[in-house]
Design a protein around this ligand. Sequence first.
Ligand SMILES: NC(=O)CC[C@H](N)C(=O)O
Length: 421
Amino acid sequence: MLASLAFPPATSDSTIPAVLHLKTGQSFTGRNFGAPKSVFGETVFSTSITSYTESMTDPSYRGQILVFTTPLIGNYGVPVNSAPYDTQDVGVVLESSGIQCTGVVVSDLAEKFSHYKAIESLASWCTRHNVPGITGVDTRAVTRLLRDQGTTLGRLAVGDDASAPRPESHEYWDPSAENLVEQVSTRMPYTLNPQGDVRIAVLDFGTKANILRALVRRGASVTVLPWNFDFNAVRDQFDGLFLTNGPGDPKQCMEAAMNVRKTIQEWDKPVFGLCMGHQIIGLAAGLDAYRMTFGNRGHNQPVLALASSGSIKAGRVYVTSQNHQYALKLEDPFPAGWEPFFINCNDSSVEGIKSTSDSGKRVWGVQFHPESAGGPLDTIEMFSDYVTECRMVKAAQAASKPLLDAAFTAPPERIAVSATA
Ligand SMILES: NC(=O)CC[C@H](N)C(=O)O
């Protein structure tokens, strides 16, 4: 009996040297765990204190070396990541089928782990997925640097490379120059829960699995389409459009944004986007997107609602899960037919936009992850709001009646916001 409770053997007692080099000239030494190989990537930090498994399988971390500010990482191990496929699940337990970040940086790797679902250590999982890690780094020092100088290109140099000269600055690979979405989006359309009563099309920029779970659990049939699929050619078959998160610069997906612009102009069904999806909706609305200094990555980002809509009440602050480097520019005035929906309480960046209630449109975008895996579920009901709205529009159009817009009638209160706020 007791034997089954014993810790599995430690799998990383590596003494392989490793160094994190930043393009700006700083280096941090430590020990390698996971794959004994060197990588380039964009060095970013996350303040999340749990869910390293979900973060590392989030396709939005593609091309990035992920620094965890929480010192002890790996103490609850890694679970089995495959779920038996049926119409109610999405085939994985974590956020995608593999590790998406290029490398990981931790202060203190837990070599022993304990969790009833864990089957292996963080180190052995990284080895299996050929992803290198470094432990023994003062991640607070790295984070303070990144906060000052911004997200910085980096090199995780492992083994012999650790004692080799630093790379020349032109040698650092810049993932944001690539269309990373192309690498993580589904190649072929597929449908989950085909018997669902409302049909939602999902444009996949690199979806986290929990977005699909959140829609399926609310009874929707979910058809996942490649990011550059011509949705306008098939839109009559659907009751709603959802735009997912995804890696890299949203302007790499301008073509998709212009297709969404056409959808919004010509189609009156509900459209909801989050993170990259929100940025795509913003570009479609005529807003601009910019690169933030160090972005927001963590599970404790407070956002203030500026307008009421569905379960969201103007004037309330919601704590949210986030992982982004880019943001929409706060313009004053906003483009006609659009209004800011949320604003970040820490840095005043735009956290959400929506179509105005007099625009005749039903479009919402949020920079954060309401389905948060991991993180707080303060805004999870936005998924219920959206699926309910799809149902109402479908029912009203089937009955050819004018729509009584109960779920999203915006109360008069508004919180004024300006670009100089
Ligand atoms: N998680 C996301 O969808 C991130 C969107 C975009 N890649 C950014 O970094 O801002």
